[in-house]
Design a binder for this molecule. Structure first.
Ligand SMILES: [Zn+2]
Length: 454
């Protein structure tokens, strides 16, 4: 069974769902004040790979990922653009989902918006206040972290180190690392009424209210990027602990996206946003890059690597095209001597070791092609079936990402097919070039043809 690195404990731990076959996971979602960037892509792809593999292993995943639609950055941008902050947040949220769909990630089962959870957030703050864990300053309600016995556990540092390194010192706070659960409304901006004064929720409190409100006080996994480990997740955990919640069994964090060894989230070489990257390349190319490096390592993304990924995908698709008829042919038995599935599962079970899993898949493709060339169809079929199942589990199978192909291109492809049937190869070639001029490639395959973006 799957073992995952638990950030809290610092080693790989076997995944034992609290309520099998259900598996409950909460992944911190975006603050919607701008277009999704490259770093977001890695985050959603990492947790999509996890979810798909858990499902492949037979678990019923309940996946929650929030939308932070009230935040200083949203309000600041709305003021700059003289826009309504909630409308601005809705617009960027729409762009977020569009990019997610293009990327081929499975949508979360629940995507709660912070502004729709105010009542529960206020209730949670009141509970913490009744427990004597909070205090009020002129700008908000704060959590007193000295009340949390093991604060710093997730950050894997002790409190005194964290306190001295904190730059968020405000004279009003009792300790530098105390954080706002509720921020009082100071100007004319977005606010809600609350017993402790009008204002808006703090980010760290939103996620506790929404995760436990949907998944219960104790759930299987909480995840996000390494940058969320501290202070965001530490502060979520602090509140949950004071409330006596079991909270997350497992904490999972992925590494940053880099370019030339420099952390990059907002802009990267020639493409600055995820949307731009998805316009330029087969959306599976980013998934392939993510799968080829381990989720806890830094991920290098450059234009060259994205282009290389596109040609790797072609190799993979060609293999499945080539063996498609054989896979479907019920007269040929698949050899049981092929061991890709076992190698794939062993790699994935050890903290989602996707680079090793990918290497095994590509070796299997080479062996499958060799067997096919040698006329060893049972062996080739064995590889074909197992490669296709592994790719499906990773979301890399060609069918997973539905590309939107314009009608004009589909019409040309149909005309080309008719020309070929009439053995009018000259016309077929001309049409192929017309399709290419529109930015698409048509390739012949065992079941007719396939169109993809170039
Ligand atoms: Zn969060």
């Amino acid at each position: 069974m799957l073992r995952l690195y638990n950030t809290l404990l610092g080693n790989n731990i076997q995944v034992t769902p609290l309520n099998a076959p259900n598996f409950t996971m909460y992944v911190c979602g975006p603050t919607v004040y701008d277009r999704p960037h490259i770093g977001h892509g890695r985050s959603v792809l990492t947790f999509d790979l996890l979810r798909r593999y858990l499902q492949y292993r037979g678990l019923e995943v309940v996946h929650v990922s929030n939308i932070t639609d009230v935040d200083d950055k949203i309000i600041a941008r709305a003021q700059r653009e003289a826009a309504d902050p909630l409308e601005l947040a809705r617009d960027y949220e729409e762009q977020w989902w569009k990019a997610m769909d293009n990327l081929g990630v499975l949508r979360p089962h629940y995507a709660p918006r912070a502004t729709e959870w105010i009542e529960q957030i206020v209730d949670l703050i009141e509970q913490l206040s009744r427990g004597g864990f909070t205090y009020v300053t002129k700008d908000g309600v704060y959590l007193d972290i000295s009340k949390v016995s093991d604060y710093g556990l997730l950050a894997q540092q002790d409190l005194s180190n964290l306190q001295t390194s904190s730059r968020n010192f405000s004279e009003d706070k009792r300790q530098p690392l105390d954080f706002a659960l509720w921020k009082f409304n100071s100007k004319q901006e977005l606010y809600w009424d609350a017993p402790f004064g009008p204002g808006r929720p703090g980010w760290h409190t939103e996620c506790v209210a929404m995760s436990t409100g949907i998944l219960g006080h104790h759930f299987d996994l909480h995840g996000g990027g390494l940058d969320l480990k501290f202070p965001h997740h530490e502060n979520e955990r602090a509140q949950a602990k004071l409330l006596g919640y079991g909270f997350a069994q497992q904490w999972m964090h992925h590494g940053f996206v880099e370019s030339g060894g420099v952390k990059m989230s907002k802009s990267l070489g020639n493409f600055t946003t995820l949307t731009e990257m998805l316009e330029l390349y087969d959306p599976r190319s980013y998934r392939l890059l993510v799968a080829r490096s381990h989720y806890r390592s830094p991920l290098e993304v450059t234009r060259e690597l994205a282009e290389e990924a596109v040609s790797t995908l072609r190799r993979l698709d060609q293999f499945l095209d080539r063996l498609g008829d054989l896979i479907r042919d019920s007269n040929v038995m698949a050899s049981d001597k092929v061991a890709l599935t076992q190698e794939f599962e062993e790699a994935m079970d050890e903290d989602l070791n996707t680079p090793v899993a990918m290497r095994a898949i590509f070796e299997a493709i080479t062996k499958g092609n060799t067997a096919f060339d040698a006329g060893e169809f049972q062996v080739a079929k064995g590889y074909g079936i197992q490669v296709s199942a592994a790719l499906e589990a990773l979301g890399l199978a060609p069918s997973v990402v539905a590309e939107e192909i314009p009608d004009s291109v589909l019409e040309l492809a149909r005309k080309r097919q008719l020309a070929k049937q009439d053995r009018d190869f000259a016309s077929a070639d001309i049409i192929r070039n017309e399709i290419r001029a529109l930015g698409y490639t048509v390739e012949d395959s065992s079941n007719g043809y396939r169109i993809r973006r170039t």
